[in-house]
Design a protein. Structure first.
Lengths: 109, 114
């Protein structure tokens, strides 16, 4: 069975500081991994996916198969980054998402 | 609004009752997903439909059922409601099943069972 773990429920950083939101997964196959974000009063939306290897809003995430991790990083946090972040996994051959419990990021001005 | 819409926004009902949640996907999207977000379980996948047919099932209780209609809107039926069914229910849609197709989420329906 697959499982996504986000160990931090809450994370606070100062503006301009680096930020890392942790995500670990357990899955026997080769999953597809995603980060979703929910800003205040907005809908849950896709931030980035590992297959695209892209940087969105300054965020990047690298899949580390050895450590089964997919941490989300940004070198300089901005106030507008304050939101709820969810790591999600899709098993091989499927397209439904399995979510972690989320991390609420607060960027302190 | 051409995005995913869900009705109602809020629903308060009593234990033992039955409710229906409705979802209209984005224009052109054929696939619909239902998720449940509760305080203790987080965001969980319930069920997926594609072009009217059930495509995948997750942690959906037998008391819950869903369908997708010819106009592609979907309904999630929850029956014999229990206090633990209180949650936020999200619908998402995508153009097609498959990882290349982003899932777009609706605003959710908040269900409170008293």
């Amino acid at each position: 069975a697959q499982r996504v773990t986000q160990p931090e429920k809450l994370l606070s950083v100062f503006k301009g500081a680096p930020v890392e939101l942790k995500c670990n997964y357990s899955y026997s196959g080769s999953p597809e991994l995603f980060w979703y974000v929910q800003y205040s009063r907005q809908r849950l939306q896709l931030l980035l996916r590992h297959i695209s290897r892209e940087s969105i809003k300054g965020f990047t995430a690298d899949l580390n198969k050895g450590e089964t991790s997919f941490h989300l990083k940004k070198p300089f946090a901005q106030e507008e980054d304050s939101a709820m972040y969810y790591c999600a996994l899709t098993p091989t051959g499927a397209n439904n998402l399995f979510f972690g419990t989320g991390t609420r990021l607060t960027v302190i001005p | 609004d051409s995005g995913v819409t869900q009705t109602p926004k809020h629903l308060i009902t009593a234990t033992g009752q039955r409710v229906t949640l409705r979802c209209s996907p984005r224009s052109g999207d054929l696939s619909v997903y239902w998720y449940q977000q509760s305080l203790d379980q987080g965001l969980q996948f319930l069920i997926q439909y594609y072009n009217g047919e059930e495509r995948a099932k997750g942690n959906i209780l037998e008391r819950f059922s869903a369908q997708q209609f010819p106009d592609l809107h979907s309904e999630l039926n929850l029956s014999s409601l229990e206090l633990g069914d209180s949650a936020l229910y999200f619908c998402a849609s995508s153009a097609s099943p498959g990882l290349n197709y982003e899932q777009y989420f609706g605003p959710g329906t908040r269900l409170t069972v008293t």
